[in-house]
Write a protein that binds this ligand. Sequence first.
Ligand SMILES: Nc1ccn([C@H]2C[C@H](O)[C@@H](COP(=O)(O)OP(=O)(O)OP(=O)(O)O)O2)c(=O)n1
Ligand SMILES: Nc1nc2c(ncn2[C@@H]2O[C@H](COP(=O)(O)OP(=O)(O)O)[C@@H](O)[C@H]2O)c(=O)[nH]1
Length: 226
Amino acid sequence: MSKLFRAVIMGPPGSGKGTISERIAHNFGLKHLSSGDFVRENISAKTEAGVLAKTYIKKGLLVPDHVMTRLLLPRLVEMTKYSWLLDGFPRTLAQAEALNSACDLDIAINLNIPLETLKERLRHRWIHPASGRVYNMCFNPPRVQEIDDITGEPLIQQEDDRPEALVARLRHYKDVAKPVIDFYKAKGILYTYSDTETDQIWPNICTLLSTRIPTIQSDARCASTP
Ligand SMILES: Nc1ccn([C@H]2C[C@H](O)[C@@H](COP(=O)(O)OP(=O)(O)OP(=O)(O)O)O2)c(=O)n1
Ligand SMILES: Nc1nc2c(ncn2[C@@H]2O[C@H](COP(=O)(O)OP(=O)(O)O)[C@@H](O)[C@H]2O)c(=O)[nH]1
């Protein structure tokens, strides 16, 4: 069996974690594990961790480390046979340390996108709340305006994607992410990408992964479209 591959993807809200994760999952056959989706599933299923998580998210707060870790690490245990990419976790140093004691990561992708670009993207971000599917009215619009392509259900815009909310979210992100970035830098597995366009970043990530995941043929994979 080929070696399993484990990666995390980090970046501020709107940096393209979800978009790039989907492309990586599609092109390299990794499982895309979205911590936000896990949180939402636990909230819907009313698990103990989900009920607790909801009390924080309702107030616009991050879920405390011990709750996030309790929610997430068991899911990784279920994934021992698969290669995966974790999106949205770790957000704090404590989460990075918990993850580090559970498994060895191959790479940490860090997206570094200018504030103005983030604001602009999130202004146009529309979400299908039930599935977490993400659209952008300029970059990847739905076929019918404000309607999910797959289910035909309405799309929504999130309160905290408003530009006023973003500045506070971003400040908070920078504070908590810095030690995580330093942690992965010290381990020698950090890969930072800075640009205003996902389509510019994507070929570089694709090239990196092509050298690190040799079992899958690369060929035409690094084109911009998934
Ligand atoms: N490590 C994590 C991951 C998630 N959450 C919580 C807070 C988020 O509000 C919610 C949903 O997570 P998402 O990653 O889907 O959502 P965001 O909107 O925060 O992230 P982004 O805008 O970066 O996609 O789960 C958390 O507290 N800690
Ligand atoms: N204009 C533009 N929008 C993008 C680009 N990349 C991603 N998006 C959109 O920007 C928003 C944020 O991307 P998303 O992947 O949700 O970022 P995340 O918050 O880091 O997971 C979404 O609406 C995406 O469709 C890009 O290169 N240009």
